[in-house]
Write a protein that binds this ligand. Structure first.
Ligand code: SF4
Length: 201
């Protein structure tokens, strides 16, 4: 039953005014991108400045880090779905508040249930804690796999550091790569697949 203060059409939230502070700070709602039959869904925290401007999740420098790490694991970005725990940019890039995460949750769950992926990659502490409903120590737990139940489905959730962390601390690079490789393993993809496909050209 669609809520009175929001409308989703074909996985796109076209109108939503549930979070007054975010309605004021956003210039648009940033919906998930990627195919409806994606086997991997990446869930980030919230749109930043560039995402708010372009309308697409994970663009800019951290988006490049993510794309490169996916590529190294044999995953093409255009084959996967990328979305956020909240769809509107918080003011001054603060973390989304718990009530904002809660209000956006049914949009996220509707998207995840419709996509029905083989695996979910939660990038960063906020989305990992939100999806798993506990306080996740993302650096220590990166690469760990837990389960998320939605309806009668249970999805593996791989905990992953945020790609932005790699920009500030190169030691996080290996953690990011390991977590993405764990997700790739659930898809039956390996870096060798990437090397083979490149070798075809
Ligand atoms: S963050 Fe989500 S729930 Fe809040 S206004 Fe934006 S779309 Fe609506």
């Amino acid at each position: 039953m669609p809520p009175a203060d929001g409308t989703m059409e074909d996985l796109t939230v076209v109108e939503c005014t549930r979070c007054p502070a975010l309605v004021d700070s956003r210039s648009r709602i940033v919906n998930g991108v990627g195919p409806r039959d994606a086997e991997l869904v990446i869930v980030g925290e919230a749109p930043g400045e560039q995402e708010d401007r372009t309308g697409e999740p994970f663009v800019g420098r951290s988006g490049s880090v993510l794309t490169d790490a996916l590529h190294a694991a044999g995953i093409d970005r255009e084959d996967i779905r990328i979305t956020n725990a909240v769809r509107c940019r918080p003011p001054d890039n603060r973390n989304p508040h718990s009530n904002e995460l809660a209000r956006c949750r049914d949009w996220l769950e509707a998207e995840l249930s419709a996509i029905d992926p083989a695996v979910i990659l939660a990038v960063g502490k906020v989305p990992a804690s939100h999806l798993l409903d506990r306080d996740v120590a993302v650096t220590a737990e990166a690469g760990t796999v837990e389960r998320l139940t939605l309806g009668d489905r249970r999805y593996p959730v791989v905990i992953c550091v945020h790609p932005a962390a790699v920009l500030y601390d190169r030691s996080q690079e290996e953690r990011l790569a390991d977590a993405i490789e764990t997700a790739a393993h659930h898809l039956g993809v390996s870096p060798d697949d990437r090397q083979r496909s490149l070798g075809d050209f």
